[in-house]
Design a protein around this ligand. Structure first.
Ligand SMILES: C[S@@+](CC[C@H](N)C(=O)[O-])C[C@H]1O[C@@H](n2cnc3c(N)ncnc32)[C@H](O)[C@@H]1O
Length: 275
């Protein structure tokens, strides 16, 4: 009985095994539909016709491999994505954060950083940015380089301003950036408290004693098994009483260790670690 339903399934499996063996990056637990789509997108971009050919080249060409990481991950993000979520963070999480002398926050899968800058603004308005450290991590070093610069195209500015105005914040988003010709540069005061660094949720270890973890719109790309592994990592990385925030389409409902958490806001996917 063949283990694979068709040649494409076999080719993808062999490709991901090879990447793991050669480069130590593990995409084997990514959901099949999404990783397959991205691999075909990459083949087209690189004008490579067949997966076995890509497999051969990826073993030998480091630059190609880093382009693969860049293109295989989905990096869509925005400032104050889901404004009602930020409103809930303000109401449900910030009061507790205010009681800590030093606050450690982890944005896992931060993409180009808009989410980390958004939270930094909320912390600033709450008077606790100065005693907070935000660790913003991603597997993709290309997006991290962009995040560190804090320079964003102004084509989404209108949407970001609308999100900001619906997030329960005061003032204007423009108080937090300088406008360039076709871009904005985030205030260096916000950047000072954010540490952007590479971290692979599948391979790397616990980040350590966080009071708040954001991992929004990342788990949707993983199989149920990998989601459980990564949520275990978050559970170990959180202080008791710490909060875990997931994306709108994600949930702790199927997590084997879900009794360690209580649901603080079901609609906005905010959970608190209690055990
Ligand atoms: C869709 S973006 C989400 C960005 C942001 N959290 C948001 O909700 O707007 C998903 C991010 O997860 C990152 N990612 C995917 N696999 C990862 C892994 N194994 N470790 C760390 N980050 C990963 C991708 O590179 C991408 O930047």
């Amino acid at each position: 009985m063949p283990k694979y339903q068709n040649d494409e399934d076999y080719d993808i499996h062999a490709l991901l095994e090879t990447i793991y063996l050669k480069w130590g990056y593990d995409f084997r637990g990514y959901s099949k539909a999404s990783i397959t789509r991205r691999i075909f997108f990459f083949l087209k971009e690189e004008k490579i016709t067949r997966i076995p050919e890509l497999q051969y080249q990826l073993v030998r060409d480091k630059a190609l491999f880093y382009r693969f990481i860049r293109d295989v991950t989905v990096n869509v993000t925005e400032m104050f994505r889901d404004p009602e979520f930020y409103l809930s963070v303000k109401q449900n999480i910030i009061p507790q954060l205010k009681t800590y002398p030093h606050i450690k926050i982890w944005h896992a899968g931060c993409a180009t950083g808009e989410e980390a800058y958004s939270l930094a603004i909320l912390l600033d308005q709450s008077g606790i940015l100065g005693r907070s450290t935000i660790y913003a991590t991603d597997i993709n070093r290309t997006v991290l380089d962009r995040a560190k610069k804090g320079i964003f195209s102004d084509s989404f500015l209108q949407q970001y301003e609308k999100n900001f105005n619906n997030s329960g914040l005061t003032g204007n988003l423009s108080d937090y950036f300088e406008k360039g010709y076709d871009h904005v540069i985030m205030d260096s005061r916000l950047r000072k408290n954010i540490v952007f660094t590479e971290h692979d949720l599948v391979i790397d270890h616990v980040f350590g004693e966080m009071q708040l973890i954001f991992c929004r719109n990342v788990l949707i790309y993983f199989t149920r098994e990998l989601q459980n592994q990564v949520i275990d990592l978050f559970s170990e990385s959180l202080d008791f009483g710490g909060y875990l925030c997931l994306g709108g389409k994600e949930t702790l409902d199927f997590f084997s260790g879900k009794d360690k958490f209580i649901t603080k806001d079901a609609d906005n996917k905010i959970y608190q670690k209690t055990k």
